[in-house]
Design a protein around this ligand. Structure first.
Ligand code: HEM
Ligand code: SF4
Ligand code: SF4
Length: 524
């Protein structure tokens, strides 16, 4: 399974590399699947509201009103109908690819189970919204959907034969039934919205809006489809005949033809089993959790940077409890912490320049303490030779950096690239440990830990605290966000970085002006 997932991830990243070329990393739709899901959801809602104005709930009036929408007011309501249909289809596509992608990228384990488990009911509610929508049109397809759905409902022990199927009898089918269907068709997406909201509750700064350009492109695509292939109805429903279905919507109704081959009860067992399996996936197989971030109150001043940068909302800033003269302190919620270490990279006390006292920051990962990272840096630096001595930092989820190692290149892995406090870059260069530092990790626009790459870029650009000091020569800090699919490009980028370093010449400590307070520090 592990190997299979690895190949799945590589396949996705290769595909995304192609998409990157076409759209650029920021507009890459495969990096925006959750946001696109939200986007298509809102289009479905907005277009549905417009259609609701013209929809009539009578038995024959329902079909006639949809015909009016499609053919008479084709320029507005007709286009809205097509938007409604195609955005619903697009929602299924992005949802399914999103599910598959989160699976192969393994973003559903440990505390990240929450988004996965809340995603499962989303599947059911999206399908229920679509099925009730087809029913409302009350054409031959609507009739087919109604018959198959009622057969399915009849197979459930709590729906007696009389309940579901009787709705489809000419004597019992009434306009009130259509009113009920409209109510369900509105209520189900509303519940869906609520679950979608819960789905992202454990994410700090979730991406729920695609970039403007991508959104505009999707709108143009929907408009083009609506004008070229407007959504139309089939023949009106006729309860006296059994509908022969043409043009089944394979996005929403793929399971329906299965009822020709198996009983409703068996189909329920299959669907129920698949749902249960999906719900259990985060624990299959169970895995031991990594130790979570720990706060050391003696070193925490309550500045809140760890809470601001944690991508999983695992740090709270609470009133002080230990009597130190600060108003607040950091508190880690162990159930939410994924051990990514980004909070450590954000903590101003995690500075390697600290020599007077032991290097214990306000927040740290017990199994990968920052003190040990400083030791690893000095150790790695000791072995470096040549004029372009480079320390490469990579992350657990990103590119394979070990293959980059050579006498002039030392490699160090971190849980996430943003687990590296920017002061380490300053430290490495100003102490002469290397002539350059090179950062790599996941692919651009898709950090495994959600915000790691973004925070690191902003810290280097001095746009987010803790920022990299102005005195650090930026030309000596290279980076290339490689992921798994760009191993070759990573080697090329590193080589070109080292060529630039060579031109700059060896880095002398005197190139960095010592700051007050550092004069007494012993060089490591
Ligand atoms: C309408 C359908 C859906 C929408 C609109 C949606 C939306 C989102 C959004 C906005 C995010 C956050 C992305 C970010 O900012 O990092 C997300 C993450 C996620 N979703 Fe969905 N989602 C949908 C369906 C599903 C389904 C069906 C599943 C799986 C059963 C799923 C599993 C996940 C997982 C595992 C994550 C990542 C959690 C993490 O990074 O820790 N989603 N989704
Ligand atoms: S390691 Fe830190 S940043 Fe990462 S999830 Fe835990 S508390 Fe949040
Ligand atoms: S960043 Fe460090 S000092 Fe600031 S609140 Fe978090 S643990 Fe405390």
């Amino acid at each position: 399974m592990k190997g299979l997932r690895h190949y799945g991830r590589v396949a996705f990243e290769w595909l995304e590399k192609g998409f990157d070329r076409a759209y650029g990393p920021d507009w890459n739709p495969l990096h925006q699947l959750g946001a696109l899901g939200w986007f298509f959801y809102w289009i479905v809602v907005a277009s549905g509201l417009y259609l609701f104005i013209f929809f009539d709930t009578g038995i024959t009036a329902a079909y006639e009103s949809v015909e009016y929408i499609t053919h008479v007011q084709w320029y507005a309501a007709g286009v809205m109908r097509s938007f409604h249909r195609y955005a619903s289809d697009a929602l299924v596509v992005v949802m399914m690819v999103h599910l598959l992608r989160e699976f192969v990228m393994e973003r559903y384990r440990g505390p990240r189970f929450f988004a996965w488990v809340t995603g499962v009911p989303i599947l059911w509610f999206v399908y229920a919204s679509g099925v009730t929508g087809y029913w409302l049109v009350w054409d031959r397809l609507g009739q087919y959907v109604a018959i198959v759905t009622s057969e399915l409902l009849d197979a459930l022990p709590f729906f007696g034969q009389a309940v579901a199927r009787n709705f489809l009898h000419p004597d019992t089918l009434s306009g009130r039934f259509f009113t009920l269907m409209v109510f369900i068709h509105i209520a189900v997406p509303l519940i869906l919205l609520f679950i979608m909201w819960i789905h992202i509750q454990r994410h700090a700064l979730p991406r729920v809006n695609p970039p403007k350009g991508l959104a505009a492109g999707c709108l143009v695509m929907l408009l083009g489809l609506s004008l070229l292939y407007p959504a139309v109805s089939q023949e009106p429903a006729d309860l006296a005949t059994v509908p022969a279905v043409v043009s089944l919507d394979w996005f929403y109704l793929p399971a329906y033809p299965l009822l020709d081959r198996m009983s409703g009860a068996l189909l329920w067992v299959g669907l129920g089993g698949a749902t249960l399996l999906l719900l259990l996936i985060p624990w299959l197989p169970p895995r031991r959790r990594k130790p979570v971030a720990v706060v050391d109150l003696d070193n925490c001043n309550g500045c809140g940077r760890c809470a601001a940068d944690c991508p999983f909302s695992a740090v709270d800033i609470a009133p002080r409890t230990d009597g130190l003269p600060f108003s607040h302190q950091a508190v880690v919620n162990a159930d939410l912490c994924t051990s990514c270490g980004i909070c450590v990279g954000a903590c101003p006390t995690a500075t390697p320049f600290r020599r007077a006292t032991e290097l214990i920051p306000g927040i740290d990962l017990p199994h990968r303490p920052i003190r040990e990272l400083r030791e690893r840096v000095t150790e790695a630096a000791r072995g470096l030779t040549g004029e372009t001595r480079t320390i490469v930092f990579g992350c657990d989820a990103g590119a394979d950096i070990e293959r980059l190692e050579d006498p002039g290149v030392a490699v160090l892995r971190l849980p996430c690239v943003a687990a590296l406090p920017p002061s380490f870059l300053d430290y490495i260069l100003s102490k002469g440990h290397a002539d350059g530092v090179f950062l790599t990790g996941c692919q651009q626009g898709d950090c495994f830990n959600r915000h790691g790459i973004r925070w690191m870029e902003l810290r280097i650009a001095a746009e987010r605290d803790p920022h990299l000091r102005a005195r650090v020569p930026r030309e000596r800090v290279g980076r290339f966000w490689a992921g798994l699919a760009r191993a070759g490009d990573l080697q090329v980028e590193l080589a070109s970085f080292q060529r630039r370093l060579k031109k700059l010449g060896a880095f002398r400590k005197s190139q960095v002006s010592r700051l007050p307070g550092q004069e007494s520090e012993t060089d490591a």
